[in-house]
Write a protein that binds this ligand. Structure first.
Ligand code: KIV
Ligand code: ZN
Length: 519
């Protein structure tokens, strides 16, 4: 059977970064884009250039650096957004402008456009984009709740105006697999010119059906899947890249479609995205969860020892998981560390990077008898803090049955040291109070979560902290064998991200009375 090609469009850096709290720094965005490019993603949606200076800079730099992937930026249906988007992507070897407008009744009501006015705007903005760039994607946002006839009409207009890809978003995760396939099939059958463009599917996961809906859309004729690493994205997230790619690989017998993705890079990028976004992967998540290849019950373990295929439909190595391996200890040297990190996906560390990790590894090995793969990953995933405004210099905590608990802290703020002593209801509360005393802010703690990375009382704890300030949300993560130190670092990490987030102003709709054609 001949295999049809399906393009993978990754929007981790745009839709994924839109999830509340998932702000990434500039350096982190460049790193993730490079990993996506290396793994064979066809199109990277690198950001929303008009949204902020930071987004613009990130998209431009990713466009300049990309080797194989097409670099795409998002733009609303107005000339200013589209021009800014083109400015950001034009340096790419293969640039794309992605412009969208909400076509469903609910979304038409927001800019207060009737069907004809919206149709005209689609014509004008897609034409404008196509005059700048020969690769234009158009999306009718909330397509799955748009009247079929109107959807056909708008898609036809976009194709005639020069769109080369038509993306059909299930913006609110409302559709179901059969409907998803039928919708794409209907558009391809009914819309004149549909044969000359690629149809894409963009599914959100509000009912947990995003991956199934995306695969069904491919059955209906879509040849581009939009997705994110770990399914990151607005609300319940998007279709997860690792899920669709592995589903196509494992079930090629019934879904004969091919992607360019090097699946052995999946685990590494999943872990990096979890770290930089501050969104830990749930243990039982398909493909990339900690338990996805773990076998607990006696019957399963027995079966696995006899034949791995009894309880595994893919090999851990297919997604880049190294097999079981021996832990390192305090006598292990640089060569052993380099080999182990290579097996975990960090195979291009420069000598100075290795030296830095080696120092941190030795510190950890002094505190912990055995350093397991997960400990090393937690170590590697620590933010290097180079761009951070706040850094923890030292922390001493007094705790126990005789309160009040007390934290002595030194914090570096914009390069200058500041110190304080604070008390609180428990060591973590005292620590967070010390941060607040040194760097007063109005952010509210929304989530505080502790997980052990490995087993034993000397295990590293990974702490996640989510903060909210005036609707802006930021999540921070850190790992340490000392849970209170990990908590302090996670809190400070979240604050640093919140400061980055403050620079971003949420893009709103056009101000009434201003023409979408104005620049
Ligand atoms: O979910 C959605 O509709 C989107 C569009 C901008 C494509 O993300
Ligand atoms: Zn979306």
């Amino acid at each position: 059977m001949t295999k049809d090609k399906v393009l993978i469009f990754d929007t981790t850096l745009r839709d994924g970064e839109q999830s509340p709290g998932a702000t990434m720094t500039h350096a982190e965005k460049l790193e993730i884009a490079e990993l996506l490019d290396e793994m064979g993603v066809d199109i990277i949606e690198a950001g929303f250039p008009i949204a902020s200076e930071g987004d613009f800079r990130a998209v431009s730099e990713i466009a300049q650096r990309a080797k194989g992937a097409t670099i795409c930026g998002l733009a609303r249906a107005n000339y200013k957004d589209i021009d800014r988007c083109w400015e950001a992507v034009k340096a790419a070897k293969s640039p794309r402008i992605h412009t969208f407008i909400g076509t469903s009744p609910l979304h038409r009501a927001i800019p207060n456009l009737n069907m004809d006015e919206m149709a005209e705007r689609i014509h004008d903005t897609v034409t404008h984009a196509r005059n700048l760039c020969d690769n234009v994607q158009w999306s009718p946002m909330d397509a799955t709740r748009t009247e079929e006839d109107y959807l056909c009409r708008t898609v036809e207009i976009a194709i005639k105006a020069g769109a080369t890809t038509i993306n059909i978003p299930d913006t609110v995760g409302y559709t179901a697999p059969v409907e998803s396939a039928d919708l794409i099939r209907m558009l391809i059958n009914r819309v004149p010119g549909a044969d000359n463009v690629i149809f894409a599917t963009h599914c959100h996961n509000d009912l947990g059906m995003a991956t199934a809906n995306s695969l069904a859309a491919v059955e209906g004729g879509a040849r581009q899947i939009e997705c994110t690493i770990n399914g990151l994205g607005e609300r319940a997230g998007n279709t997860a890249l690792e899920e669709v790619v592995m589903a196509l690989k494992v079930r090629g017998d019934i879904m004969p479609y091919e992607t360019r993705i090097d699946t052995t890079k999946i685990m590494h990028i999943s872990r990096r995205v979890a770290t930089v976004s501050g969104f830990p992967v749930q243990f039982n998540k398909a493909i990339v969860g900690k338990n996805a290849f773990a076998h607990e019950s006696g019957i399963h373990q027995d079966g696995m020892l006899k034949n791995a295929e009894t309880f595994e439909i893919m090999r851990p190595a297919d997604v880049g998981l190294a097999g079981t391996s021996l832990p390192l200890g305090k006598h292990s040297g640089r060569a052993a560390l380099r080999a182990k990190l290579g097996a975990l996906g960090y195979d291009d560390l420069a000598d100075n990077q290795l030296q830095d990790v080696f120092v941190r590894f030795k510190e950890l090995a002094d505190r912990k008898k055995e350093v397991f793969d997960d400990d090393l990953l937690a170590l590697m995933q620590q933010n290097d803090g180079a761009e951070d405004r706040l850094k923890l210099k030292s922390l001493r905590v007094v705790c126990g049955t005789q309160g009040p608990q007390q934290a002595d802290m030194v914090l570096e703020i914009d390069g200058a040291d500041a110190s304080t002593t604070a008390t609180g209801d428990g060591p973590v509360d005292a620590t967070f109070n010390a941060v607040k005393a040194l760097f007063p802010h109005g952010a509210r703690l929304q989530l505080y979560q502790v997980n052990a990375v490995t087993e034993g009382t000397d295990a590293q704890a990974t702490v996640s902290v989510r903060l909210e300030e005036e609707g802006r949300i930021a999540t921070g993560q850190s790992a340490d064998t000392d849970t209170v130190v990990a908590s302090a670092k996670a809190y400070i990490n979240a604050l640093n991200r919140l400061l980055v987030r403050r620079e971003k102003s949420a893009p709103g709709y056009d101000v009434k009375g201003v023409s979408y054609k104005d620049n």
